[in-house]
Design a protein around this ligand. Structure first.
Ligand SMILES: [Zn+2]
Ligand SMILES: [Zn+2]
Length: 70
């Protein structure tokens, strides 16, 4: 297992987690994104903190997606 060539440009250390999730706002994949994510407690969908407009570092953030907030 030496000299393994990869066609992907990004490192792929997500092989143990097959459940890839996409941001409900921008649809980018969790495995291909960096930065904080928040989960809507109602529909369990995920979103980037940036897309959701919440503070990345605030662990107490109460996030609810637009669908569930209405
Ligand atoms: Zn996003
Ligand atoms: Zn929701």
């Amino acid at each position: 297992m030496s000299d393994v060539k990869r066609s992907k440009t990004k490192n792929n250390y997500s092989s143990s987690e097959e459940d890839d999730t996409e941001c409900l706002y921008c649809s980018h994949l969790y495995s291909e994104s960096t930065g904080g994510w928040v989960q809507c407690p109602v529909c369990r969908l995920w979103a980037h903190c940036l897309c959701a407009g919440v503070e990345d570092e605030d662990e107490e953030t109460e996030f609810m997606c637009e669908k569930c907030a209405n």
